[in-house]
Write a protein that binds this ligand. Structure first.
Ligand code: C2O
Ligand code: CU
Length: 549
């Protein structure tokens, strides 16, 4: 592979949407941010300079980064924040994935505006497992906040409500022409009749699942999270925060204007529907009289969880001779992990009136970060940063999706991690619960893609549910939603030494503590240990100096 160099300048600059202008933090003054385009096998060297007001780190979402946790990015897990006036050089190894991924800030809520696509093309001399598309385009689904995102966090943290500043959904940074003042800036994808286009779709939204479709056109899904799928033809896709899809669409309809539509799925109780459908335009080139409004098509409704589950269940790995997969079959470590919404006593004045704030947990533990990151603590043997007692099962077995009896809605804060030996074959069943509310949670694992071997409704049943696992061609992903009132089972091999964050990808649930860390120990030989850190940046050097003094 080759070495590709990128420079990212983080700074605040003005953006105008929905009739008003605000200053916000972006990379290279673009929203969404620039695309990182590499070939499989390449190494990207990304030098990030921070001229903004907040500490920021960057995460390469879905990139395995084999033995290279130093550059994974989540703040207080693998590094401290890059401070204003400092730079940090990331080394990103593209050895495993092929397809679309994305990068985003991984400190507080900065990812709302600091994110962009990653395109991993096939290695030189190889091709796609489908005919080359005529053109490729990235489609980033995002949010627009009226206010400063970082001040919205404290709202979200303590009141638990939806941030009250209005949120619009966006396609490639634009809300689309159903919103005020957005006509001229609506994203338009110009297409030639008869040609096939590849859309590289990134769900970069903060807190929702999104249905996406193009009026009157079928979508053929060929890849997800940087791995190929058996082609599935559908009229909508459902994507949850963090996921990426590769989709082919052929311009085979009457030349006209067709809406590309992104509309949210709210399956939560008590979350108001904000009616924020965003649009872009799929515009045929040629000589015709365009309609006064583009053709519209309704996507599944805002509470149609079934439609989301149906789509997810239709996806299968390619699992061919050329693209083989290795699904772990001799499981050595099983975990049952509950995803739960809880309450917590309020830690500060901002929610005194209420006494409590919302929290969230895995196995009833709410993750708390420290100013020393887990990777430093682990590699330098520092005590008092974390404990290794994250449990393999919930503390109390109960009817997770039914009557919770007199179980407490309170959770226990702490920094509990799970240790794994190198090479363990791991199965995790995530189980949805109904403690404070039942919601679906997009669980994301750093450092690994995993196979989704099963998904079902209600309580996971050890006796019967594994019988219906797909161990032949399950999709290999980095983010999967745990259905509300249901469960999902994943498998992977712990072959990547390092400290890897596992968390719900909804920004609110992440700051409320729905996360833990998997620490994979070194393997028996040198080539299965954490790579040494390249000391090529001031943040790492500063950390090393602190440590010496
Ligand atoms: Cu896309 Cu931990 O993140
Ligand atoms: Cu969640």
């Amino acid at each position: 592979g080759e070495e590709d160099d990128f420079v990212g300048m983080l700074r605040d600059s003005n953006f105008t949407r929905l009739c008003s202008t605000k200053s916000m933090l972006t990379v290279n003054e673009s929203f969404p941010g620039p695309t990182i385009r590499v070939r499989k096998g390449d190494t990207a060297i990304v030098n990030v300079y921070n001229y903004g007001r907040y500490d920021v780190t960057i995460h390469w979402h879905g990139v395995k980064q084999p033995r290279n946790p130093w550059y994974d990015g989540p703040e207080y897990i693998t590094q401290c924040g890059i401070k204003q006036g400092h730079n940090f050089t990331y080394v990103v190894l593209f050895t495993v994935e092929e397809g679309t991924l994305w990068w985003h800030a991984h400190s507080d809520w900065t990812r709302a505006t600091v994110h962009g696509p990653i395109v991993v093309l096939p290695a030189l001399g190889t091709t796609y497992p489908f005919p080359d598309p005529y053109e490729e385009h990235t489609i980033v689904l995002g949010n627009w906040y009226e206010g400063d995102v970082m001040t919205i966090i404290s709202d979200a943290m303590y009141t638990g409500g939806r941030p009250n500043t209005s949120v619009a959904h966006t396609i490639n940074g634009q809300p689309g022409d159903l919103y005020p003042c957005s006509n001229d800036t609506t994203y338009r994808l110009k297409v030639k009749p008869g040609k096939t286009y590849m859309l590289r779709i990134v769900n970069a939204v903060m807190n929702e699942e999104i249905f996406f479709g193009i009026a009157n056109h079928n979508l053929t899904v060929v890849g997800q999270d940087g791995a190929y799928l058996k082609p599935v033809t559908t009229d909508y896709i459902s994507t949850t925060s963090g996921q990426t899809f590769d989709v082919l669409v052929t311009a085979n309809q009457e030349p006209s204007l067709y809406y590309m539509i992104a509309s949210p799925l709210f399956d939560t109780h008590g979350t108001p529907f904000d009616n924020s459908t965003s649009t872009a335009i799929f515009e045929y080139e040629g000589d015709y009289t365009p309609p006064s409004t583009p053709v519209f098509q309704f996507l599944p409704g805002c509470n149609d969880t079934e439609a989301a589950v149906k789509f997810v269940k239709s996806l299968r790995s390619l699992a061919s001779k050329e693209y083989p997969i290795y699904v772990p079959k001799n499981i050595t470590q099983t975990m049952l992990i509950t995803t739960t919404m809880n309450h917590m006593p309020c830690p500060n004045k901002s929610c005194e009136a209420r006494g409590d704030r919302l929290a969230s947990s895995l196995n009833n533990f709410t993750y708390v970060t420290h100013s020393i990151d887990i990777l430093q603590a682990y590699t330098r043997n520092l005590s008092d940063v974390y404990t290794t007692d994250f449990p393999d099962a919930p503390p109390v077995m109960y009817n997770f999706t039914g009557d919770r009896g007199n179980l407490s809605e309170y959770t226990t804060p702490g920094t509990r991690v799970k240790m794994l030996n190198y090479g363990e074959q791991v199965e995790i069943v995530f189980q949805g619960t109904t403690i404070v509310s039942s919601e679906s949670h997009p669980m994301h694992l750093h450092g690994f893609s995993f196979f989704v071997v099963g998904m079902g409704k209600w309580n996971f049943d050890y006796a019967s549910d594994p019988l219906s696992y797909n161990l032949v061609d399950p999709p290999k992903v980095n983010t999967i939603f745990v259905p509300a009132l249901g469960w999902v089972a994943i498998r992977f091999v712990a072959d990547n030494p390092g400290t890897w964050l596992m968390h719900c990808h909804l920004a609110r649930h992440l700051i409320w503590g729905m996360s833990t860390v998997l620490i994979v120990k070194n393997g028996p030989s040198n080539d299965t240990s954490i790579r040494p850190q390249d000391n090529n940046n001031d943040a790492a050097t500063a950390a090393a100096k602190d440590d010496e003094s």
